[in-house]
Design a protein around this ligand. Sequence first.
Ligand code: G3P
Length: 224
Amino acid sequence: MKFFLDTAIIDEIKRADDWGLLDGVTTNPTLVAKTGKPFLKVAEEIIDLLGPERPVSLEVVATDYEGMVRQARELAKLGPNVAVKIPMTPEGIKAVKTLSEEGIKTNVTLVFSPAQALLAAKAGATFVSPFVGRLDDISMEGMKLIEEVVTIYAHYGFETEVIVASVRHPEHVRQAALLGADIVTLPFAVLEKLFKHPLTDLGLDRFLRDWNSLPEDFKPDFLR
Ligand code: G3P
């Protein structure tokens, strides 16, 4: 399972990368706006940090077919690792078809139903982003959507990779992994929480306390 970071904050990306856990980055206009920096500065810095292989999703803001295709072509020029985020609309799906024929990577975003995910795959999307947290927020079952999309894609052998998006907590990650989703895109705070378990902290304290109770000459130099 690949871990993407759902952020435009450079420091968070650097920290996840330092842990060796970063397979890609997703952004959206809200996340870029939160940085308070110019779009191109943020985008170029992320693309540079991730290198040529790991995908960086950058979103178009046009909503008409011509505008989306024009903006996507410009975004794709920023780096070989750019995947252009396109909203799940009829015009968007038409744009995905055109862009996939041109070899431009796409990520269909704002997906809330299995039927929408099916359309994205049929159009040749590289990635599809079903939003689980926002469905949970309106008392629907976000992870049910992931289960159905993963099942549908397996039936037909679609190569579109499923990015579990709008992730709110580690439980979403556990469920996504059990369902075999290709990718989770995580807010940095959720990635940090994945490390945590109270028994890990308690156990480590106990091990070190017991070790420190040994006489010093019982311990080899390299374990002092
Ligand atoms: O980037 C798409 C998605 O992950 C947004 O999540 O938390 O705004 O619902 P959220």
